[in-house]
Design a protein around this ligand. Structure first.
Ligand code: BYC
Ligand code: FE
Ligand code: FE
Length: 472
């Protein structure tokens, strides 16, 4: 269904046919815009940014490029097309028609899942608020802003569901989405990683590689939901998500590439002397963002996860392509945990292990980018390998929470941890160094900060010196 842009809230859900809902969302809209002005990209209100905007939800209609002032971005409500006769694919109600309304018995659980998902979207915008000040190029600045407006739209997607299907409670939850803030001691965001700072561009690229990828896996699980409007919302959000992870993967890759170039030119490992990020520091940032993102999958053994699945609310990654009974009543799954001083494997009911299974899918996906980063290092003829740390490393949620597990999976004592923490995670000094590289934003078209290589190609095939952002 094509998108109606003539309305105040662009949408493909025939919003004008439901006056009450339309008015409620139009009442939320100014609060959203106020939030964007207060908490969105700092000092950017007047910039003209070369952004893509969705004009329809089919494969080639949705990425329409042009200059937009971000407060005028057409945030709206876009669901993927409805599938004829869609059925619930898993759980107790497998085979029944997908729900077009919220089943009463699942109302509070669904609301909670939607709120948790929605909360992360504006949180990330808040975390990235100051990065524009130190952008390494116009190309990167534009990508940051593209991601920010799309995360804003992802909030709209969840707020629409809350307003349309959860009555008064839903409207209250929608208000609270704008009241919790990342890192706020009184009203923090719901999930841990979204209260961390994203203080520099290396963190931003790691965040969009690792944490947006959690978004991909969570959205993919919710895209299987028996609650059809949620499934359709998430399916369209996923099409936008790919670019966020691309920015992360290529961003980290470009930092690595620049570092390798300088190592070769200068015949030295000490690239800090030449204003670049040394490979061990990049590895530490990777360790941090990977481990913090692993926490977002919840407990390895989770009755919540089992209940979501049995109820048909949240499926597995690519549920319909898995060849089993999609009910898992007697299936088992091996999870890792700690027993005394050792990492051990134990079998648990597959239903309770669904968070862990999703985490495994995620880890496998993360590993692919690491391989490509290592190719860059290898091509430069440098002997160094980036690695994903062990899943037990630096965890705060689940069976490894608080344990001292080294990146290679060894359980270590407190003294060993303390002695090595600064080699495994960014130290204050590392962070201060990376921050020191983040000088004034590079605003000359085609120019890049010293610590990062240019991208292989421009956005929408634009030339290298394209003016992605015009300042006014
Ligand atoms: N932080 O049984 P468990 C994205 C709580 S990212 C704090 O394992 P469950 C994006 C948990 O709530 C994708 N608390 O929980 C990326 C539970 O509390 P109660 C976001 C945590 O429910 C970048 C208790 O611990 N979407 O889109 O199975 C930029 C027991 O845990 C955490 C979603 O997350 C944590 N990390 O699993 C922009 C999807 N982990 O019940 C956007 C929706 C667990 O004891 N959310 N807890 O009070 C879910 O599916 C689930 O809530 C979770 C947690 C997978 C997150
Ligand atoms: Fe998102
Ligand atoms: Fe994202």
């Amino acid at each position: 269904m094509s998108i109606n842009y003539s309305e105040r809230i662009p949408n493909n859900v025939d919003l004008s046919s439901d006056r009450r809902l339309q008015r409620a969302l139009e009442a939320w809209q100014p609060n959203y815009l106020q939030w964007w002005k207060d908490m969105g990209p700092d000092g950017s209100l007047d910039f003209d940014v070369y952004l893509r905007t969705a004009i329809s939800t089919d494969a080639n209609g949705w990425a329409n490029f042009g200059y937009v002032k971000m407060p005028e971005y057409r945030w709206g409500i876009f669901l993927a097309d409805r599938e004829a006769d869609r059925r619930i694919a898993f759980g107790d109600e497998k085979g029944k028609p997908a729900w077009q309304e919220v089943p009463g018995e699942h109302r509070s659980t669904l609301r909670r899942l939607i709120v948790t998902q929605g909360d992360t979207e504006p949180a990330s915008v808040e975390q990235q608020r100051l990065l524009g000040k130190t952008a390494p190029s116009l190309y990167d600045l534009r990508n940051l802003f593209q991601i920010n407006v799309e995360e804003g739209r992802h909030l709209w997607a969840m707020v629409y569901l809350l307003h349309a299907y959860f009555g008064r409670d839903g409207r209250e939850e929608a208000e609270e989405m704008l009241q919790r803030h990342s890192g706020d001691p009184d009203k923090p965001r719901i999930l841990g990683a979204f209260n961390e700072k994203t203080p520099d561009w290396l963190s931003f690229f790691m965040f969009t590689y690792f944490t947006d990828r959690d978004g991909k896996y969570q959205l993919a699980s919710l895209a299987e939901s028996g609650f059809d409007p949620l499934a359709r919302s998430c399916r369209f959000m996923l099409t936008e998500e790919a670019h966020h992870m691309f920015v992360g993967e290529t961003g980290v890759g470009r930092v690595i590439q620049r570092t390798c170039e300088v190592m070769k030119e200068r015949k030295s490992d000490d690239v800090r002397a030449f204003g670049c990020v040394d490979l061990p520091t990049i590895q530490k940032y990777l360790n941090f963002h990977f481990s913090v993102s692993l926490d977002l999958f919840g407990q390895e053994a989770s009755t919540n996860a089992a209940n979501y699945y049995t109820a048909g609310l949240k499926g597995r990654y690519l549920e319909t392509r898995i060849d089993d009974d999609h009910q898992l009543a007697s299936a088992q799954y091996a999870i890792l945990g700690l027993d005394g001083g050792a990492v051990v494997e134990r079998q648990v009911p597959a239903l309770t292990a669904l968070n862990e299974r999703l985490r495994q899918d995620y880890i496998d996906d993360c590993a692919k980018g690491v391989l490509r980063w290592n190719k860059i290092i290898e091509r430069a003829g440098i002997d160094f390998e980036m690695k994903l740390p062990h899943r037990g490393f630096n965890r705060r949620i689940g069976g490894f929470a608080g344990a001292r597990v080294a990146p290679d999976g060894r359980v270590v004592d407190e003294a060993t941890w303390k002695a090595n923490e600064g080699k495994w995670l960014p130290s204050d000094e590392d962070r201060a160094y990376v921050t020191s590289l983040m000088g004034r934003a590079v605003t000359e078209p085609g120019k890049f900060a010293n610590w990062i290589a240019p991208p292989a190609r421009g956005i929408n095939n634009q030339p290298a010196d394209f003016e992605y952002v015009r300042f006014n």
